[in-house]
Design a protein around this ligand. Sequence first.
Ligand code: PBG
Length: 329
Amino acid sequence: MQIISKRARRLRHSEAMRSLVQENSLSVNDLIMPLFFKAGKNIKEEISSMPQQYRYSVELLVDKVKELEDLGLKAVSLFPCVEENLKTSDAKEAFNPESLNQKAIRALKEACPDILVMSDVALDPYNSDGHDGLVDKVSGEILNDETVEVLVKMALAQAQAGSDIIGPSDMMDGRVGMIRKALEKNGYKNTSIMAYTAKYASSFYGPFRDALDSAPKAGDKKTYQMNYANSTEALKELEMDINEGADIVMVKPGLSFLDIIYRVKQASTLPVAAYNVSGEYAMIMAASEKGYIDGEKVMIETLTSFKRAGADIILSYFSERMASLLKNS
Ligand code: PBG
């Protein structure tokens, strides 16, 4: 008879024992639900590349957020689908106090004051060029400092409408610091900034760009979003965002960047968020619809992997479904 004194399987023997020694778990407190919306009334349109995700008109968006609140969710992130005729090369609709986005923020804060509203700061939904920054007419270059001036106005308009968390997703240099200073100067000292700190130039954003019809008209985003072959560079971005006054730092996408989440968490004293992006959602939904995988189990495994990698917060299109599972379990 063999004597095996070390048996790892002992702690896997029963469900109760596995639960007792489980290192990471999901909580509804950590989830943020991204939501799409558009102008109009009584609209709920499914996004073809993101099954079970919709573009809502504002009053139905409010109803949806009430449902999310009943599931225990604490935060949503808003993405407006802007009408084509409002898109211009100076993206000025971005800081219009009466824009669809600002109206949605106000409506949500009025109907659900306890829900945290996060709003996106980048020019792509408003820019006729489809880039996150202003484009130089002659050279085609994405202009940094000129863009930051617009982003600051955009962040102020969102803060004034009642946004709790400003989410600069544009990857321009210096924007976190400039936004922080402007918020302080204008009395928005409790408005937080969740910086898209390590945001990679990824092909996993495809379905999101379909949802908003916001793909760049020319070129790609590689002069501002990061090269997915790099990881140390994420720590440089982290240092910059910490120094500039970010409250929370984010890694995006999530699934193919778990190593970056881990490194950022190790190097940061700030809470770390992971963005489980549209393409990651679409892959799981598509394979599940085909019967190739068990979508629900893969969802739970995926979301848990973000926690294991070190994420404190997860933005995911699965947040609603996961919250409802957590509530009923
Ligand atoms: C806009 C923005 C993007 C996403 C969030 N904010 C798209 C992009 O940078 O092209 C992607 C989210 C997703 O794919 O789920 N700057």
